[in-house]
Design a binder for this molecule. Structure first.
Ligand SMILES: C=C(O[C@@H]1C=C(C(=O)O)C=C[C@H]1O)C(=O)O
Ligand SMILES: [Mg+2]
Length: 471
């Protein structure tokens, strides 16, 4: 057994998962709480394991919340169960107040761990019953975490003891969770129940009306860009695990982040988004503009053809330009340098291609925090609009549903680093209902019918899974 600061490593060698759990249990049992002289106190028990399938592992566990994160590069996967610590905020208010509060709370936490969760898109928006389990923000430090990073897999247990809490009781709780883990590697994956009904909010007619209103705002010079979204309600014959969407996602190489936040059984927000909000490591920020879309439906998967169309589409380049310019402009006051790529790139997905520009920035020391970065970047005009504040109001006025966590920052955060994706191509799964959320960026010259088709393709992968027609 090796100990480094507050991390206890039972064995150096990677173990099969059942032996890893046994080693972790032994280490937790032997842990001497009298050695802890500060509070709150976090002790991490971390054992390297032989690689397992993280989603199957997660699916087998019956401990909630369950959380999942995989980045677009697929070199970081986090699958967590239970909560060692849970940072939540319910009250309405400005988004920047939420960001500040989270970061202030995290500043007192251990820098060695990541909290996984998300925010509401617009915390000024009225609460809505559909989203009752998804507050202003909610971030969890899992009790047990299976993680894969840099070709290394491990299982961690977090023993977190707040002031006044009984450490013996916490140890017992953690040991009981470990005892109850289901460690079988194979699992019979159930089918998704039959899809009974599909409806759209707004329907096609109201969508066109909403878009026309937005086009009117462009014509009068009030606005330059607005992203409007649609909620697609699916009703199934029975309830099921939201993780089935992730397990059945048929494109292992598709360039998407994968996120699931399931606070209680069969109730989750999931997202398969291609869009990074940012990654922060200390003062370094990696972000991007992703907007402008080409549908590949009729191209037999011809990526080159899609790129050619996009790189010659005046409307998509203009749509993309608003996002690129806003990110560059908003980062200036908080950064000592901002490097935005000149040339447009194309990000290829299964059904779509997007215009894409990569951006790197170095934060000024006084702004090297996630609250500063979240406040300037969220929402980018890819999911909000130009001008930013007016767009928030128009979105609330024009959309006949509550965005909740849709299009908001979702990901993980620690004291010194963070990675957030933009929670689009997403679903709120509640028992036998799935609400899909997706939208399209409108600019002058947008055609409401083509934007509707764009949304259909953006939720195409999720619809195929729901219909059982993805294989
Ligand atoms: C808003 C969404 O996607 C955004 C809108 C895009 C567009 O309109 O071209 C492209 C990528 C995303 O920035 C969504 O999928 O819900
Ligand atoms: Mg578009």
């Amino acid at each position: 057994m090796r100990k480094q600061q507050n991390i206890i490593i039972p064995e150096e060698e990677p173990l099969p998962i059942d032996r890893a759990v046994a080693a972790l249990r032994k280490a937790i049992q032997a842990y001497d709480p009298s050695a802890v002289n500060r509070s709150p106190a976090l002790c991490i028990f971390r054992q390297r394991v032989l690689p397992a399938d993280p989603l199957i592992w997660l699916f087998r566990q019956r401990v909630f919340p369950r959380v999942f994160w995989m980045n677009r590069e697929k070199d970081c996967t986090l699958a967590g169960i239970g909560s060692a610590d849970w940072i939540r905020h319910e009250a309405r208010g400005s988004n920047s107040d939420s960001f500040d509060l989270l970061v202030r709370t995290l500043s007192e936490k251990d820098p060695a761990v990541r909290y996984i969760g998300g925010f509401r898109f617009n915390n000024m928006e009225n609460q809505d019953e559909t989203w009752s389990a998804f507050p202003s923000f909610s971030f969890v430090l899992p009790l047990v975490l299976y993680a894969e990073e840099k070709d290394c897999s491990w299982l961690s247990c977090h023993l977190y003891v707040k002031k006044g809490e009984d450490i013996g009781r916490k140890k017992t709780g953690l040991l009981q969770t470990l005892e109850a883990l289901d460690l079988r590697a194979d699992a019979a994956i159930p089918e998704i129940p039959g899809l009974k009904q599909v409806s759209c909010i707004p329907d096609r007619k109201l969508w066109v009306e909403g878009c026309r209103k937005a086009l009117g705002l462009f014509a009068s010079g009030e606005m330059d860009k607005i992203m409007l979204a649609r909620r697609t309600v699916l009703e199934f014959s029975d309830s099921f695990s939201p993780l089935l969407y992730l397990i059945r996602y048929p494109y292992p190489r598709n360039a998407t982040f994968r996120f699931c936040y399931e606070p209680m059984e069969n109730h989750a927000f999931i997202s398969f988004t291609p869009e990074r909000l940012y990654r922060r490591d200390g003062q370094m920020i990696l972000t991007e503009a992703l907007a402008g879309t080409c549908l590949k439906e009729s191209m037999n998967g011809n990526d080159l053809h899609a790129s050619e169309i996009l790189l010659n589409s005046e409307k998509d380049i203009r749509e993309h330009g608003f996002v690129k310019e806003a990110i560059f402009r908003e980062l200036q006051p908080v950064s000592s340098s901002v490097e935005m790529e000149e040339n447009l790139r194309v990000l290829q997905l299964n059904r779509l291609a997007h215009l894409y520009t990569c951006c790197k920035a170095t934060l000024k020391p006084e702004y090297s925090s996630d609250s500063a970065v979240l406040s300037v970047l969220h929402p980018t005009p890819a999911v909000g609009g130009v001008p930013k504040e007016d767009a928030m109001q128009h979105i609330m006025d024009l959309e006949p549903f509550c965005r909740g966590w849709y299009a908001a920052p979702v990901g993980w955060i620690s004291r010194d680093s963070a990675e957030f994706s933009v929670g689009i191509r997403s679903a709120l799964v509640t028992e036998e209902f799935t609400n899909l959320y997706s939208g399209a960026g409108l600019v002058e010259g947008s055609d409401p019918d083509l934007e509707w088709d764009e949304i259909e393709q953006k939720i195409g992968d999720l619809m195929a899974i729901a219909r059982g027609s993805h294989e």
